[in-house]
Design a protein around this ligand. Structure first.
Ligand code: GLY
Length: 397
């Protein structure tokens, strides 16, 4: 009896292991295929782009690529995605194209008119320097961090996001949390702690003023530039001032995960977990975990989805899971896996050579602004590929 029970236990254990290993292997196969597919799809743009233009979106009605100059906040995502895909596939043409497009981008290191230098320069030159460190990349990144730092106002305790009038208005958007990673890198590279201090101060001020008691976040806080007082809490790209714009929730989550990684201060880990709880327990998060464009969109369940909110969320969760224990870590991985599986389905993933060369369909730039509604966007692709690389690392340590 004892013997047959042990045999039963052994068999059950092996089956459980096999089942797990089987599904892990299947998921790894999917992730590998997605990275391989993306590396083919990302050779399409270069045939369409003139020398200093960057992919921005795609107009399906005219079957044409929408492009931008290097000053658009998204200009770093195309080279960044190419670099992630080069890292994974070692295909030289991806690296060559990334290096080509980073040439017209490099002048943005001196751009003091935007808070988006983290997106623009760290996703591009940051990845390039990680893969092939060089004095040139290092200097570009340091100059970018210096330019970004000029937008910091010590009275407010934040980096200014958008220039606006009247002059005393000081607008900070939750997205700005994504630009802090560049500053942490700059302190490591130079030993100058002022970049670090700016990042921490910005994150602390944002934690205080951008979040509601349920840990959803406002999109825009309008501070008084001289007193630092909060003048307004509002939205720009969300449904309403009091709603939870989906991508903003993902930016906030990702931002505080980076804050914890860079500082190891537990308050940022707690903040990230609270934001994750808000998103994952939200009754308006669909079963496939690809958020509607706003968690409070009035036409849910018919509201548009935002693939970019999903890809940023997946990537953030795949890092956050490293800093928490079970069952949280399992939940984060499971949600990220669900997002990746759904983004990899034909509902979201474009067929080869279609969609203007973008990997994913169905993102929303600004619905209230009637701009980039239900279209492909470079950042949806960038964070999808990043999520794939993170998932691959978990599955194949
Ligand atoms: N402002 C950046 C975004 O649309 O998410």
């Amino acid at each position: 009896m004892k013997k047959s029970l042990s045999l039963f236990c052994l068999l059950t254990a092996s089956l459980a292991c096999f089942g797990q290993a089987g599904s892990k292997a299947q998921l790894l196969q999917l992730v590998n295929k997605e990275l391989a597919d993306a590396s083919v799809q990302y050779t399409v743009f270069k045939k369409e782009l003139s020398s200093d233009r960057f992919p921005k979106s795609y107009n399906a009605a005219t079957d044409s690529l929408v492009v931008s100059n290097s000053g658009w906040w998204c200009s770093g995502f195309y080279p960044g995605t190419l670099l992630y895909l080069y890292e994974k596939t070692k295909k030289q043409e991806l690296l060559t194209e990334a290096e080509r497009i980073m040439q017209p981008l490099s002048k943005e290191q001196f751009n003091k008119g935007t808070h988006d230098l983290g997106f623009m320069m760290y996703c591009s030159f940051g990845n390039a320097n990680r893969l092939q460190p060089s004095a040139e990349y290092r200097q570009i990144l340091i100059n970018s961090a210096k330019s970004l730092s000029t937008r910091f106002n010590p009275k407010v305790g934040c980096i200014k996001s958008w220039n606006s009038k009247p002059a005393n208005d000081f607008l900070v958007i939750i997205d700005n949390m994504m630009n802090l990673e560049l500053l942490f890198w700059a302190t490591r590279a130079t030993g100058d702690s002022s970049f670090y201090q700016i990042a921490v101060t910005h994150a602390n001020t944002t934690m205080k003023n951008h979040f509601r008691p349920d840990y959803s976040s406002y999109h825009v806080i309008n501070y008084h530039s001289e007193t630092g007082a909060v003048q307004q809490k509002k939205t720009a790209q969300g449904y309403a001032d009091e709603s939870a714009w989906a991508r903003g929730q993902s930016w906030g989550l990702y931002g505080y995960v980076v804050m914890y990684r860079e500082t190891k201060d537990k308050k940022y880990l707690a903040q990230a977990n609270h934001i994750a709880d808000y998103i994952l327990n939200n009754p308006n998060l669909p079963k496939d975990k690809i958020p509607y464009w706003d968690f409070n969109a009035p036409d849910i369940p018919n509201a548009l989805r935002d693939a970019s909110a999903g890809s940023v969320l997946a990537s953030a969760l795949l890092e956050l899971q490293k800093y928490v224990s079970k069952p949280r870590s399992d939940e984060y991985i499971a949600v990220a896996e669900t997002i990746v599986r759904n983004l990899a389905s034909s509902t979201y993933k474009a067929a080869f050579g279609t969609n203007g060369g973008f990997i994913l369909k169905h993102s929303v730039g600004s619905l209230p602004g009637k701009s980039e509604v239900d279209v492909p966007l470079t950042y949806a692709d960038y964070y999808y590929v990043e999520a794939l690389t993170r998932l691959q690392k978990i599955l194949k340590p």
